[in-house]
Design a protein around this ligand. Structure first.
Ligand code: PPS
Length: 316
């Protein structure tokens, strides 16, 4: 059974200064990204991922976990594929938009690195990795990158349920939140992840979105995403797309609701019959139902501390 025991990946041994000089945010200055928390197994694939070949027409969807990745994957796939609902309904989103490093963090699993490599072009690839661990060619080839952030308190609530339902975490919710505040959960540090992409938000190949902006008015966000992809659709088409992407529609759509993935995972671990819905609540502010007032205060302090010196603000 999985316990909440993180393993630090000391990536600094595998990233040389020469590599870092290719990054856009070095700006000629020293760049010292923090180590990222990942399972030990990841180390066997780290170099393969960093050397993954990138194509100019790729579309990369990058987020910290539980920030609306799946939602964004479906949105950008449909926009990039000229609203091909037929294919979107028949081929599972996870096969159209592949989670690059999943294979390196879960075992056993399909080799998602190979699946991503072999996708028909334009390839759609999802990743939760921070900048230093992503393929180096992202910064030279410069494909489209869509980044999504979500306020850390709602991420905390969503990630807790994910850890319980998908990873089989059996610890207390308090221990989980303590670990998140200490940046000791998979893919942490959380806020540094966002700030790296906030720093490059104005690069022409980067689109920076937030879960809250999508949730408050997705229909209003769609033209911006279409512009980014050089696509133009009628108002009626965009109305239909917003409906297709609504929480209720995606929850009942077998190609997007991840029911199959969750069931496979539970079966692999002998946890059949447990209840966990990937499409859980899809709300802003659900943290109020999960975090005690003392944890809310501590998350607020954590956010304030980690954002010090940045003009980025979380919504909510
Ligand atoms: S993962 O596992 O990291 O890839 O998860 P991710 O897809 O990033 O985030 C899952 C949360 O996004 C919610 N979600 C949505 N919200 C609103 N509208 C739509 N269409 C939608 N699709 C997914 C999902 O319910 C998870 O949030 P919580 O708060 O747990 O409900």
């Amino acid at each position: 059974m999985f316990t909440c025991q993180p393993v630090l990946v000391d990536w600094s041994v595998s990233v040389s200064l020469e590599d870092l000089s290719e990054h856009p945010f070095t700006d000629g200055k020293q760049w010292e990204p923090k180590p990222c928390v990942l399972p030990k197994r990841y180390m066997d694939f780290a170099e393969q991922i960093r050397n993954f070949e990138v194509f100019e027409d790729d579309v990369w969807i990058v987020t910290f976990p539980k920030c609306g990745t799946t939602w964004t994957q479906e949105m950008v796939w449909l926009i990039d594929q000229n609203l091909d609902y037929q294919t979107a309904k028949t081929i599972n989103l996870n096969d159209r938009s592949v989670f690059l490093e999943l294979f390196s963090t879960f075992d056993p699993m399909d080799d998602t690195i190979t699946s991503a490599r072999n996708l028909p072009r334009p390839r759609h690839i999802k990743s939760h990795l921070p900048v230093a661990l992503l393929p180096k060619q992202l910064w030279t080839v410069k494909p489209k990158i869509v980044y999504v952030s979500r306020n850390p308190k709602d991420v905390a609530a969503s990630y807790l349920h994910h850890y319980r339902g998908i990873a089989g975490y059996r610890g207390t919710k308090e221990e989980f939140f303590e670990r998140l505040l200490a940046d000791e959960i998979e893919y942490c540090p959380q806020i540094a992840h966002v700030l790296e992409f906030w720093r490059i938000k104005n690069h022409p190949n980067v689109l920076f979105l937030t879960y809250e902006q999508m949730k408050r008015d997705l229909r209003k966000v769609l033209p911006t995403v279409c512009d980014f992809f050089g696509k133009k659709f009628s108002n009626e088409q965009l109305d239909l797309l917003a409906k297709h992407l609504s929480f209720d529609e995606m929850k009942k759509n077998p190609a997007t609701n991840n029911v199959e993935l969750v069931q496979t995972r539970m079966k692999q671990e002998g946890r059949e019959g447990e209840s966990f819905e990937f499409m859980r609540k899809g709300q802003i502010g659900d943290y109020k139902n999960e975090l005690s007032s003392s944890f809310i205060d501590r998350f607020d302090e954590f956010i304030e501390r980690e954002l010090r010196g940045s003009d980025f603000k979380f919504d909510c």
